[in-house]
Write a protein that binds this ligand. Sequence first.
Ligand code: FE
Length: 179
Amino acid sequence: MKMIQKFLLAFILIPSLGCSQTNQDENTKTMTVSKNENPYYSKTDTTKLKLSNVEWKKVLPEDVYYIAREKGTERAFTGKYWDSEGLGNYYCAACGNHLFISDSKFSSQCGWPSFFEAISVKSVEYNKDATHGMIRTEVVCGRCGGHLGHIFDDGPPPTYKRFCMNSIVLDFESIAEND
Ligand code: FE
């Protein structure tokens, strides 16, 4: 009788273990808020923003919120700028702060857009990041404090730095578009 009970228990448990993984698909996240609905977005206003995540959630698209406010990371080789080569400027997708110019972008083949320097000293800020069993330096937007990515010491000259950024929190404006 006990053998039968064990057999029945196994029969019930095995399929349920197989279903224990969640089937959340990152791609199903939809952009519910457009940039035009974000009143804090400005390419000219450099005033620092001190907003709560509750306020950011109201004005940011879901994917931008996930990276900028929850320190998420887009999957490598999936972002729209990891291998882009257009001439232009990169702004913070959350607040419009000018972050990088295409002249400082280089092909790192790491799967994320990489730059060897920021447009100015104040355009970004740095925080120590000890998550995921690593000691890294987080890069955040100098205006809104949103998470952008990390910086590493394996970049090319002249700085030998690699700003490893998430495409989702970058807003690219082509120089050609302004002509
Ligand atoms: Fe910002």
